[in-house]
Design a binder for this molecule. Sequence first.
Ligand SMILES: Nc1ncnc2c1ncn2[C@@H]1O[C@H](COP(=O)(O)OP(=O)(O)OP(=O)(O)O)[C@@H](O)[C@H]1O
Ligand SMILES: [Mg+2]
Length: 278
Amino acid sequence: MFSVSNVSKHFGEVRAVDDASFSIAEPQMVGIIGRSGAGKSTLLRVLNRLADATSGEVWVEGEDILSFKGARKREWQSNCAMIFQQFNLVPRLDVLTNVLLGRLNKHRTIPSLFKLFSAKERLDALMALDRLGISSIALQRVETLSGGQQQRVAIARALVQKPQIVLADEPIASLDPLNAKIVMESLRDIHDTDGLTVICNLHTLDTARQFCDRVIGMSEGRIVFDGKADNLTTEVAKSIYGASEDFEESMTSTAIGSDNNKPSREDLQIKELSTVDA
Ligand SMILES: Nc1ncnc2c1ncn2[C@@H]1O[C@H](COP(=O)(O)OP(=O)(O)OP(=O)(O)O)[C@@H](O)[C@H]1O
Ligand SMILES: [Mg+2]
């Protein structure tokens, strides 16, 4: 159970998040949509404790995680994996080491990168890469990878954290449609196979409809829609995006949900994610 209760985050006069409340009773794949500046990133940052809320509570298993300080706050952050638009990897380090960095918060002291990660941790990291279909590049430096590969490394890093929940802030905004599809399918698989809640900020309606069970629409910091992706009609979308009469959904569209000629998984030659044990 995950319950966001009257959470606000103000920056001076700006109400970036304004009295947001929602609950997630069972693991769900949730998309948060809204125009630029609606407060999507700020909400995720508050949930992950990267930013402090101005007011409100977030209840997880009977505890208000917004009240956590010090070691408990770090523990929450390690249980709450975060995936970013710009990947946030260390470019000069190899893929495997970047994935192992997801284990850092689980160590009491900062381990020397090569010596103190256990064999089990290294195996887990390799298996996470294998699950994402990129184990063959484990020893390659991250700076040599494509954006799509980098985001899959970031997802593998999130997996080795063994998180309770995964937050993704515009994970596909920097990717081409093909890689966007792979990344969204990987996030969906984390929900389907591992039974985790995944909350994903998305710019585009079609992606939310295609991959999410539930969609939360934000406008000017407020939650203005919360429901099944199927109920996200064009009228509702207009209200979320505060759009004028000439609003067309294609304005919020990427190609991944709308292209009939999109390649199949076989074309992409990626592994069936669900056949690999976590
Ligand atoms: N650190 C900050 N200091 C001051 N204002 C901020 C800060 N972070 C966000 N804001 C403001 O809060 C509001 C919400 O921003 P936020 O980044 O959460 O929106 P968003 O929905 O993620 O937008 P985008 O789709 O462009 O990423 C905006 O008005 C923004 O300018
Ligand atoms: Mg944002």
